[in-house]
Every structure is written in C-alpha cells, then in structure tokens.
Design a protein around this ligand. Structure first.
Ligand SMILES: *Cc1c(COP(=O)(O)O)cnc(C)c1O
Length: 633
C-alpha cells in the first residue's frame, strides 16, 4: 500500500477548498496558518502556537485569533471592489461598514476600525448598545456609521449627536413610524439628519435567513410606505436628507443570482427616489456575502457558488446597467459584510479527552454449551457471511439480535448471554460494513453502517458555547486535527462535547459531495495530547453561545504573524471562571463559599472529618471556584 502523506490529508479534509488560502499542511504533518492568502513563506504552525499558549498557563479549549487574517480579509473586500470599479469604469466608490452584531467583542471591533482605516471602513449598529460601542470606537469621519434596527428617541438622539460632531451617521428608517420621530428630534436638537430608507424587496433569498428579505420580512418599508415617507419629507422641505437606499437580504446568501436580482430591484427604487427629488448618493446592500465553509463552491447552505471577485463584479455591473439606462449617477456602494470579514480569523482549539469504541472484542472460540438457539443462529449468520449475502445477513442478524433482547426482557437469557449476543451482533455488523466497501452499489442501510460503527471522541469544549450554529441551524464548520497529518487517520468518529446534553455533539461534517456523518481521525496515543481545530468560527459564534451546563467563555488568544515569519502574542483573555459563570446566573460566589465553609465546619463538629481535612476540602472548593469551567489537566 502507498504510504500516507500530507497531500492525502489535505484532500481528505478539503483544506485547499475551504481554507481561503489561509491554511495549509506542512510536511511535518502540522496545520499551518498563513498571514495572508497564499503567503506560505510566513506560515506558522498552529500546534506551535497551542504549545506557546499552554506554556503561558492557559488551558484548552482556546479560541485563537490570527489578526493578520482579519487585516487581509478587510483588504481583500475593499481592494476587490476598487479593482472591479476601475475595470468596469464605475464612477462612484465603495465603502464597507462592519455590522457589530457579527462579533461585538471590543477587541474585534477595535481591530476592524484599525485595519480598516486605510479604506475608511465604517461600522453598522443595529441597537443602542451597538451604536454606543461604535461612537466610542470610531474616529474616521470619512467612514460611514450606519444605524439600523428599531429606534427610540434615545437611539435617534445619539445618532443625531453623532452627525453633529461630524460623523457620517446615517439613520436608516426601518419602520414607518420612525420618520416623524426622527424629524421631530432633529428639529429639537437642531441637527440635520442623513437618512436612509430600508426597503422590502420582492426578490427572495433562500436559506436560513430568507425571511429577513422579501415581502414578508419584518424590517423595511414597502413601496407604498416609501412613497408616504417621500411625501412627508417633501412637505417638510427635507427631501435632501434622504441620501441612502438600504436593504439586507439575509446572511450567507449562497446563490449569486439572488444577490444580482436584489441589486437590480434596489436600483429601481434608487432611481425612483432620485426622480422624486431625493438627494440619494449611497446604495447599501447590507450583508449576505457568504463563506464557503465546506469548500464545495455550490449553492448549498454552508457554501457559496461565487467568488468574492464575482460578487463585486456582478454587483457593480448590475448597478451600472440599471442606472445608466435611466441616466442616474453611480452611487457610493456600501456593503455591510460581517461574516466574510471575521469568519476566517478565529479557530477553536480543543483537546480530545476520551474515546468510546464500537469495535467488538474478539469472540470466544467456542460458544458455551447451554447457549439459547438465537445465539447459535447469530453465530451461524456470522459464519456464513459472504459478499453475496450481505443484505440478507444484515436482516437476519438484526432479527436475531432483537429476539435475544426480547428473551432478556423476559428473563429467558441472562446478562452474560445477552452480552455475548451483542458481541456477535457487532462483530457481524463490522464485517458486513467492511465487505460492503468492496461492492459497487451499496444499499443506503449498509452504507450507513460506517456511521453506526464510528467511535465517539469526547472533546473538551461545549457546542452550545463555542459552535452554537452547529447545534441550532446545522451549520457545518471545517473540523480536523491540527497535527499528525502525515499519519493516516484510521478511525471514523463523531465528536461529543463535555456538556451532558445529548445534543452536545457534532456528527455532521463538511464534504464536497454533501454531508459526511463521521470524521476520520487518528488513534489516540497514550499520553500525547490530540488537538482538533474548528475553523472559520469568527462570525456569530461568540456571543450567540450560551452557558449550557455552566460551561463559560473559553480562553481567547490573539496572535500576530510578523514579517520574519515568527509570531507574537498580542492579547490573551482568560475565559470565565466557575465563580464568573455562577454569578451570571445570580449566585453570589462569596456567599456560596461561606455557606460551604459552615457545612464543612458542622462536619468537623460531628467528627465526620478532622479540622485538617476541612482545610483541605475548603481549599479545593475555593480553587474550584477560581478555576476554568472546562476540563483541566
Ligand atoms: C446581520 C446583518 C448584516 C451582516 O450580514 P453578513 O451576512 O454577516 O455579512 C448586515 N446588515 C444587517 C442589517 C444585518 O442585520
């Protein structure tokens, strides 16, 4: 047999397809991260980073951020738009606005404004809290600050103040009733607003977030409401304030056709508003630029059937064809891409704690004499098994196994006999699965056996905290070992997390031809830590995560890859302690500690423990309170 190599690993895990050029496998079998797409000269080993993290005293799981990738993604989006505009002779310009909700962590938003400053990359806020975060972070007056979401008086006032101090702060009218309030507040505060209008599109996007676009979307004005808004503004002599048309089709739009038809429709509204006398100058297409999580380049939900190049080109072409026809100046195009900017730069690293195997133990040479008939039939089925009778043997073994279980229920066979029946059953199933691989055509039932026989790898993380979309909406993320990639992975496994919830598992994995039901992994070596990475987790996963089983935020480490190919730790953020998560659910850790101390004292008085033992026990309790919520070694 040909030896295993890293090329085979790359193919198996689909690395070149989903990596966006930021990840590759070194000959040493280590997963490498690159500071910019394709820059292999400065590749850094992720397991080396993990080692450095541990040496600094932080335990797994760790969320690793590589800030160069964020920088590179911002550059790619802006440069690609600029280039496409140059090539097509577009008269307007491009401005990005990062939607804070995609990852609100202060460090993330600060890094985006920092790296984005050379492109005047702005921010989008969907709530008061996000607006306040944005106003405290932004400094660049050439970038835009877009205000979406429901707006009360306070929200509107803050937006108007932002305009007053010089920000290009655009208040987007999402609901018909917002406009009168905005006009009233702007008179009161003596601040002229810059207004946008969020429109409902008939173009409907498919996928999970379909309802945020389309006629039934909860946000935005229909054409009738748009006209009423125009009339009100004209009546107030404020039509010149209406400068932007905005829509948001939804996130992770996999199909480029939907993106294109939405642009066309929005341009018609834009042209209509221009004709009505509005001073429109910005066209904001919202988010939706998808990430190809599974590398299939298809319109499958975890993928996209277009490149970023096509995305930019198609948008600009659509705007130009729509507006040139009616002789309207090209607007400044704004997009609110969030997912595509931040997904790539975070990796969740976690270790495997334990394994449950489904490979059966060897069978005894002879069955005991007193074996019930059913067990003998099972053994016969196993012995007669050939590639010709796979399906029939499968049916038989299931039948006898069920009978054996039935007999056990009724006390007709004992515990040892039942264990033997199960052992024969699994041996037969394993054999059937192996033989079925030699067949050209396999029935779905037999094809599924590989999944049924896969091992369970118990992993030190919480799906609910760190990969909530994997649980909530079946989102697929690339997950794979970050080392030993020059060894053949010989085990098929599904992953279980350390919550005690039966949903706390990952049993769907990326595959170019659909969804894989198990992940090829390596056998654990006794004492060596086996590390896995969940990739492309920078968007939406951090704050959507919850405290299921009181597993808290993980440690977060940010690294920067330097010009010489070395890396430095720029930031580390310790995850939640047990006391932290307890206080989130309204415990008072001090009170808990005191109460426990008293309980221990009563045990001393009752002579169940000595005073010295109490000291030890109380210390352990206190250390537990201060400790990490995850499994510590
Ligand atoms: C969520 C959201 C976005 C971000 O969409 P992505 O697909 O993550 O880029 C942009 N704009 C609005 C209004 C949103 O609600």
């Amino acid at each position: 047999m040909e030896r295993w190599n890293t090329t085979k690993s790359a193919e198996l895990y689909g690395v070149p397809e989903w990596s966006g050029g930021y990840f590759t496998i070194a000959d040493s079998g280590e997963m490498m991260v690159l500071p910019a797409a394709g820059e292999t000269g400065r590749a850094v080993s992720i397991s080396q980073i993990a080692k450095g993290v541990k040496e600094r005293g932080l335990d797994m799981p760790v969320l690793l951020r590589v800030e160069n990738i964020l920088d590179a993604q911002i550059a790619t989006l802006n440069e690609t738009f600029r280039q496409a505009m140059d090539e097509l002779g577009y008269q307007g310009s491009f401005l990005g606005a990062y939607p804070i909700k995609v990852n609100q962590q202060q460090q993330v938003v600060e890094q985006i404004t920092h790296f984005g400053s050379r492109y005047h990359h702005g921010l989008e806020a969907g709530s008061k809290a996000e607006l306040i975060a944005a106003m405290g972070t932004m400094r660049d007056r050439k970038s835009v600050l877009i205000c979406n979401g429901y707006k009360d008086e306070e929200f509107i006032d803050l937006g108007l103040y932002a305009t007053k101090i010089g920000f290009t702060c655009i208040l987007v009218v999402e609901m018909p009733d917002e406009l009168p309030l905005i006009l009233e507040r702007s008179k009161e505060l003596g601040a002229k607003p810059i207004l946008g209008i969020r429109i409902k599109l008939a173009s409907q996007a498919s996928g999970h977030w379909a309802e945020s676009g389309g006629d039934r979307s909860i946000f935005g004005l229909n054409t009738n409401q748009v006209i009423k808004a125009v009339d009100l503004l004209a009546q107030e002599g404020m039509l010149d304030c209406l400068q932007m048309v905005h829509y948001h089709l939804g996130s992770q739009i996999s199909n480029i056709r939907e993106i294109r038809s939405a642009v066309h429709e929005a341009c018609q509204v834009y042209a209509g508003l221009a004709k009505e006398g509005a001073a429109v100058a910005y066209l904001d297409l919202g988010g939706g630029l998808a990430v190809d999580y599974d590398g299939s380049q298809s319109n499958f939900m975890s993928s996209r059937n277009y490149s970023i190049n096509e995305y930019c080109t198609d948008i600009i072409e659509a705007v130009m064809t729509s507006l040139d026809e009616v002789g309207i100046q090209h607007p400044t195009i704004i997009t609110e891409s969030g997912r595509a900017l931040v997904a790539y730069y975070s990796i969740l690293l976690f270790n495997v704690l334990d394994v449950t195997r489904y490979r059966p133990d060897p069978l005894p040479e002879h069955l005991p004499d007193d074996c019930p008939a059913q067990i003998n039939y099972m053994m016969e089925t196993l012995e007669k098994l050939t590639i010709r009778n796979l399906q029939e043997s499968f049916n038989d073994i299931l039948f006898y196994r069920d009978e054996a279980r039935h007999l056990f229920h009724h006390g007709k066979i004992d515990l040892r006999q039942r264990a033997l029946a199960e052992q024969i059953f699994w041996t037969t199933i394993t054999r059937i699965s192996e033989l079925s691989k030699e067949l050209k055509h396999v029935t779905p039932e037999l094809a599924d056996l590989e999944r049924v026989l896969s091992d369970i790898y118990y992993c030190n993380f919480s799906v609910f905290q760190s990969l909530p979309d994997a649980w909530a909406i079946g989102q697929l993320f690339p997950i794979m070992p970050i080392h030993r990639l020059n060894e053949e992975p010989t085990v098929n496994a599904v992953l279980a997390d350390i919550t005690c919830d039966c949903d706390g598992k990952i049993d769907q994995f990326i595959d170019r031809r659909g969804v894989r039901r198990f992940l090829p992994l390596h056998e654990l070596k006794n004492s060596d830590e086996y590390l896995l990475g969940a990739f492309l987790v920078g968007a939406y996963q951090e704050t959507l995560g919850d405290l299921h089983n009181l597993l808290g935020d993980t440690n977060v480490v940010t690294v920067r890859i330097l010009d010489n190919g070395e890396f430095e730790f720029v930031n580390e953020l310790e995850g939640d302690t047990v006391a932290d998560v307890l206080s989130y659910v309204e415990y008072d850790p001090k009170r808990l500690f005191n109460s426990f101390r008293k309980t221990a004292e009563r045990a001393v008085r009752a002579e169940r423990i000595t005073a010295q033992e109490r000291k030890q026990i109380v210390q352990a309790y206190e250390a537990g309170l201060r400790g990490y919520t995850y499994f510590e070694r």
